[in-house]
Design a protein around this ligand. Structure first.
Ligand code: GDP
Ligand code: IMO
Ligand code: MG
Length: 429
């Protein structure tokens, strides 16, 4: 009986939320270990839609949710999200949600700098969510961040604000953006403290207790391997390690506690924001995938760029992320297409590659090499067993399995929780 870590194997929005919610029925606790409210995880349960950014997706099943030290927490966004899901009937209280006392806080100057820098980059922009994720992680490694525990220490906050505001106001002024006053920031923090502190605790200790009690832990990744700050399409990435290896460091437990690594991939490819995307489609098929798949960013509402399934990239993600089983989602979106293409490698300046090399110019120059497979006439939508899938769809899944070098564990066939085919139980390890 293993724990399970769920991570994205492409550029995000693969359906991690749906999969975590589905698996959560058999878990005791769901832990977020990186990212912040740049994530947007959508769950559809009996027609009701939940959109979660910071809250662990297990909350919808009434499971304990933990926000680990590796997450950057915007306290205002957290409180707003709690209020939003409470209005939908979910129970969120310090009984059901705990936040690491050593998590870094996102404060108003973080999104301000994020946006001002993006504006200054012009065409070279990363296309961030504008939520201050990058600047907050910068503060964490620069050892100047205000963390959750600091909310209980006004003197510490005051001291840190001096350094932070010197840093931020200098940059903001230079970029022609509004600056922040210390008094107002201090008042803001003091007002937040009594609302956030009741959720705070040493999550590492909770993890230790859960382990001793033999509880099943589900680690919920945000973003994806190709957005990982080291392994992704740098610099068009997010500012955290998104791989399952970070689940331990980001929650305060041992690497052996992470368990089975489940990678999630769409049956095609999407990306929001800028950066290389070799198998991107600029034609009617790309448009069709976007429309059928409702490919709009959960967080920003931006249309997602769409393209064919890139098996070379997912294979790379499988190896980097140590993915032991792959979930293929949104296969229903491909229903009715006569012919499908799968990217199996790239040509870069005349040279053949089976992976994306690290160089920025090389990535931008990657031309996909495709193999063509037959589409299917029937529908995958809502299928709950292999037998319900058109034969050609099964072939497509099996071909992907071969190319990415990871066994298919689940197949998802609609946004609804139960429209899921289980091939192998990830909790069995
Ligand atoms: P996440 O960020 O990885 O959790 O993914 P998002 O929630 O941002 O995006 C995935 C979208 O696809 C959501 O709107 C889901 O409701 C939807 N979705 C998930 N699985 C399926 C599926 O199998 N078929 C279809 N049609 N939609 C799905
Ligand atoms: P989920 O968890 C898709 C992208 C942004 C941008 C880049 C950097 O829902 O899969 P950031 O604001 O993190 O500094 O932006 O990363 N990005 C995501 N794309 N899904 C996400 O999360 C993302 N989180 C960040 O669009 O290209
Ligand atoms: Mg998303």
């Amino acid at each position: 009986m293993a724990n399970v870590a769920v991570i994205g194997a492409q550029w995000g929005d693969e359906g991690k939320g749906k999969v975590v919610d589905w698996l959560a029925s058999r878990a005791d606790v769901v832990v977020r270990f990186q990212g912040g409210h740049n994530a947007g995880h959508t769950l559809v349960v009996g027609g009701e839609t939940y959109k979660l950014s910071l809250l662990p997706s297990g909350l919808v099943r009434g499971k304990l949710g933990l926000i680990g030290n590796g997450v950057v927490v915007d306290p205002e966004a957290l409180l707003a999200e709690i209020a939003r899901v409470q209005a939908q009937g979910l129970k969120v209280s310090p009984e059901t949600l705990r936040v690491s006392e050593s998590a870094t806080l996102i404060l108003p100057f973080h999104p301000a700098l994020d946006k001002a820098r993006e504006a200054a980059r012009g065409d070279g922009k990363i296309g961030t969510t504008g939520r201050g994720i990058g600047p907050a992680y910068e503060d964490r490694v620069a050892r100047r961040a205000i963390r959750v525990a600091d909310l209980a220490e006004p003197e510490t906050m005051s001291h840190k604000l001096e350094e932070l505001l010197r840093h931020y106001n200098t940059l903001l002024r230079e970029l022609g953006a509004d600056t922040f006053a210390k008094d107002a920031m201090m008042a803001h923090l003091l007002a937040l403290a009594p609302k956030i502190l009741p959720f705070a605790e040493p999550i590492w200790e909770r993890m230790d207790t859960l382990r001793k009690e033999g509880k099943r832990i589900l680690f919920e990744g945000a973003q994806a391997v190709m957005l990982d700050v080291d392994h992704g399409t740098y610099p068009f990435v997010t500012s955290s390690n998104t791989v399952a290896a970070n689940a331990a460091a980001g929650s305060g437990t041992g690497p052996w506690a992470v368990g089975f690594v489940l990678g999630i991939a769409k049956a095609y490819t999407t990306r929001v924001g800028s950066g290389p995307f070799p198998s991107e489609l600029h034609d009617d098929i790309g448009k069709l995938l976007g429309e059928r798949g409702h490919e709009f960013g959960t967080v920003t509402g931006r249309p997602r760029r769409c393209g064919w399934f890139d098996a070379a990239m997912v294979r790379q993600a499988v190896k980097i992320g140590g993915i032991q089983g792959l979930v293929l989602t949104k296969i229903d979106v491909l229903d009715g297409l006569k012919e499908l293409k799968i990217c199996t490698g790239y040509r870069i300046n005349g040279e053949a590659f089976r992976h994306l090399p690290a160089g920025m110019a090389a990535q931008a120059a990657a031309v996909p090499e495709y193999e063509t497979v037959e589409g299917w006439e029937g529908s995958c939508r809502g299928a709950r067993s292999w037998a319900d899938l058109p034969a050609q769809a099964v072939k497509y899944v099996r071909r992907i399995e071969e190319l990415v070098e990871a066994p298919i564990t689940l197949v998802s066939t609609s946004p609804e929780r139960d429209d899921t085919i289980m091939v192998r139980d990830p909790f069995e390890g």
